[in-house]
Write a protein that binds this ligand. Structure first.
Ligand code: SF4
Ligand code: SF4
Length: 209
């Protein structure tokens, strides 16, 4: 039996058998079709697929809802220098917690996912959209803030399990922050009350006769 397997041409025959089985079987079972007629048809990509990053925003406003606070961690850590961020300024010229400009050169990006992993705010995630062909070598390959911004709903559609985990984590962080703020306020109120009581209990100085 082992010798039969080693005969020349056996591997080829086995391959043709698989092809024939899929070819004739596909008339009864479409799942045996191993090609899709792209672009009319598209494969449903697995959740783990990734190519370029996108910026997540919450709610309906792609500018106000951006989670990015322009901390520039991703820009520093990107190994190919594909990210460029300019932090916004408020009316007094102080740094604001959102990006004025956020650009990714997709011709330089190698899809390593480091930016998504280092972001402390879950603001940048990996997309599975692969249709980025463009003519020209410079501007069309640089995606700006508006083009990069995609809703949390979109994130849930392409990566439901991961997005649900992120939502749960962010909710927990919000709860912890709210609890810490409430405790701080309670402590400050109690301190104030104790000071007021101490002042009221202090004996008055005797009047000079
Ligand atoms: S995407 Fe994340 S890591 Fe990058 S600047 Fe925004 S908040 Fe910072
Ligand atoms: S996926 Fe990698 S190469 Fe692309 S922008 Fe993020 S860190 Fe840079």
């Amino acid at each position: 039996m082992r010798k039969l397997k080693q005969l020349p041409g056996v591997g080829l025959l086995k391959g043709m058998l698989v092809t024939g089985r899929n070819f004739f079987g596909s008339y009864r079972n479409p799942r045996r079709l191993v090609t899709v007629s792209y672009p009319e048809q598209r494969l449903l990509l697995p959740e783990s697929s990734r190519n370029f990053p996108f910026l997540v925003y919450d709610g309906n406003d792609s500018v106000e809802g951006l989670r990015c606070v322009a901390c520039k961690t991703c820009e520093r850590e990107c190994p190919s220098g594909a990210i460029r961020i300019v932090q916004a300024r408020d009316e007094n010229g102080r740094p604001a917690k959102h990006p004025e400009r956020f650009e990714i050169g997709i011709d330089a990006c190698m899809g390593c996912q480091i930016c998504a992993e280092v972001c402390p705010f879950d603001a940048i995630k990996m997309d599975s959209d692969y249709e980025h062909a463009a003519t020209g070598r410079t501007r069309p390959m640089v995606h700006n803030k508006l083009r990069l911004a995609k809703s949390n709903t979109y994130y849930h559609r392409i990566k439901p399990r991961e997005a649900a985990e992120v939502d749960a984590r962010l909710e927990m962080e919000r709860f912890r922050k709210e609890e810490a703020r409430r405790k701080r306020e309670e402590a400050a109120r109690m301190k104030k009350e104790a000071a007021a009581k101490a002042a009221a209990a202090k004996p008055e100085a005797p009047e000079n006769s």
